[in-house]
Design a protein around this ligand. Structure first.
Ligand code: BDR
Ligand code: CA
Length: 308
């Protein structure tokens, strides 16, 4: 099994990704580290604890930054994920507490304790990753690799015509992350908007998985409404789960290896762009995806989640 830390702003598709990771036999989730984005950071921490307790999965939760490095905090995406993060579902109160360490310190310490073994899968804004680079530069060597849901390289953005949400919510952090010397796979809108699940896909889950499948089916109704309103689609984009599947099944992606940068001001702020800089380590940018395989890995794994 592969050790993974998920840096996350749960969030409906974050909840899908986290329950997928908990239920996947190939993964050991060491921790969830939390960030603002879909919700405020304190809500992200509460929701991460709730998800771990729902799955009875004994992983740590470490709270991250509550604002971007430079820019002011954008309001949470409540029109996509609901006021509390899980659609219309009321807030739940977890019994557990987060780890006393910050997300950045936690990531650095765990990576140093298990050098070369931990994959960091970031599915929210990249502030905690930038802070980890500052906290302990050796984290670039100690992590196995970094898989990021974020950006839109050839595809248009989802917050502006240029920018994807996780990148525009802290473009300066993303730029530091892409400039650092660590192996990154970028799973952006180029592929995640191709991977879609329908209401019927989710309705098929609670039968064999009433707790996890039932929760995801309930939470996702609000996310479907957003896709109907915004995109005129009766399905939803599987952003964050696709990044987790990029960890377990990397061959579902077709990638281009190219140095990447983030535009940090002006009209195109938050855009992820190819640059010609031989000093910068190339990023593996996902441009193609095996849609059917990603869909079936997700659906089959969630259907088996209650029996894990
Ligand atoms: C990303 O932004 C968030 O709303 C989702 O959880 C996903 O991580 C998609 O742009
Ligand atoms: Ca997310």
């Amino acid at each position: 099994t592969e050790k993974i830390i998920i840096d996350t702003d749960p969030g409906i598709d974050d909840a899908m990704a986290i329950h997928l990771a908990f239920a996947h036999p190939g993964l050991e989730v060491v921790a969830l580290t939390t960030i603002f984005g879909n919700v405020h950071t304190a809500t992200a921490t509460r929701n991460a604890l709730v998800l771990a307790e729902m799955a009875q999965y004994p992983c740590a939760v470490a709270q991250g930054a509550d604002k971007p490095l430079v820019l002011p905090l954008n309001p949470p995406a409540d029109f996509v994920h609901g006021a509390e993060g899980f659609g219309d579902l009321p807030a739940r109160t977890p019994t557990g507490k987060p780890d006393p360490r910050s997300a950045a310190a936690y990531i650095c310490e765990m990576a140093a304790a298990h050098p070369g073994e931990i994959t960091l899968c970031a599915v929210g804004p990249l502030t905690n990753l930038a802070l980890a680079l500052r906290h302990d530069p050796a984290v670039t060597k100690n992590l196995k690799r970094v898989v990021i849901m974020g950006g839109a390289v050839d595809a248009p953005g989802n917050v502006s015509p240029f920018a994807e949400a996780n990148i525009i919510n802290d473009p300066h952090a993303a730029e530091e992350v892409f400039a650092a010397d660590w192996p990154i796979t970028l799973v952006g809108l180029d592929v995640t908007m191709q991977v879609r699940c329908t209401p019927d896909d989710f309705a098929s889950m609670p039968g064999s998985s009433p707790t996890i499948g039932g929760f995801l089916n309930d939470a996702t109704q609000f996310y479907f409404d957003f896709h109907r309103r915004q995109h005129d689609l009766n399905c939803c984009f599987m952003h964050d789960p696709t990044a987790v599947i990029a960890v377990t099944d990397p061959d579902v992606l077709t990638c281009e290896s190219v140095p990447l940068s983030v535009i940090c001001e002006g009209e195109k702020i938050g855009q992820t762009v190819r640059i010609d800089d031989p000093a910068r380590r190339p990023v593996d940018v996902a441009l193609g995806v095996d849609i059917d395989r990603v869909r079936s890995i997700f659906i089959d794994t969630i259907k088996s989640a209650d029996g894990r």
